[in-house]
Ligand binder design. Sequence first.
Ligand code: FAD
Length: 106
Amino acid sequence: PLDKNELGRSTWGFLHSMASYYPEKPTTSQSQDMAKFFNIFAQFYPCEPCALDFQEDIKKHPPKTKSREELAKWLCERHNTVNVKLGKPVFDCSKVHERWLDGWSD
Ligand code: FAD
């Protein structure tokens, strides 16, 4: 069966990497598609309580997809909302590219 923490760790890795490699200047259609991606992702993430809370969170804070910078920051903030809910430390979003684009490892 799925391990919620293992799934979470891998999924965040995928999502933050995707945001860090998203175009700096996306086309209108890329920007619309990325917003759709997160709405669909939130429906089908295979941890139901996680998905329900994430749906609520992105209703309040819709995906910001007009640039790499904006998307990476938005996603970092969404992850921090989950971190706070789980009592984990808040991540410094100014370091998000250092973590997910330029590299550092854990
Ligand atoms: P993770 O939180 O998985 O983070 C992995 C790595 O990302 C960290 O080591 C750090 O280097 C980096 N990081 C941490 N914070 C940030 C940030 N804000 N921005 C960028 N990088 C960061 N678990 C539950 O128990 N309940 C839930 O409701 C729940 N909801 C989730 C919703 C989503 C959409 C996802 C993807 C996961 C959810 N999880 C939930 C899983 C949870 O967020 C963690 O993945 C899991 O607890 C394992 O945590 P971890 O300590 O290994 O680090």
